[in-house]
Ligand binder design. Structure first.
Ligand SMILES: C[C@H](O)[C@H](O)[C@H]1CNC2=NC(N)=NC(=O)C2=N1
Length: 113
């Protein structure tokens, strides 16, 4: 599944270890998502997005927040004047699930990438 396919999927409730992706699945999806990095021993993916000012940064956060609420899957956010770092992980799974990659791909699509 490439990034465009991922971005057209919707998150589904995924609870329990059986929904955790293995390292082969994780590296396959990561290859489709430039700039996203594996963190915390493979428990999360993150990317830092740069913007020219706080208005742009806040617009991005609002767009991501809207998408995240619609998908019922929520990122950790860290932001400053000209950047926002997003981290996706599935608490209900205790690691990475397909939902994290769907949301990362949806974020790229929001930016027209
Ligand atoms: C009931 C609801 O679907 C769950 O609590 C969702 C909400 N958003 C979530 N977001 C993230 N990142 N991980 C989850 O496990 C999660 N669970």
């Amino acid at each position: 599944m490439n990034a465009n396919d991922l971005a057209t999927r919707h998150c589904e409730p995924r609870k329990g270890k059986e929904h955790a992706l293995d390292i082969h699945q994780v590296s396959g999806y990561l290859r489709q998502l430039p700039g996203w990095q594996l963190l915390d021993d493979g428990m999360a993916i993150a990317k830092d997005f740069k913007f020219s000012d706080f208005h742009q940064t806040l617009g991005f956060i609002n767009a991501v927040g809207f998408m995240a609420n619609r998908e019922d899957h929520h990122p950790d956010l860290e932001a400053g004047y000209g950047h926002c770092r997003l981290l996706w992980s599935t608490h209900d799974v205790g690691g990475l699930s397909l939902n994290d990659f769907i949301c990362a791909a949806r974020v790229e699509a929001l930016l027209g990438r």
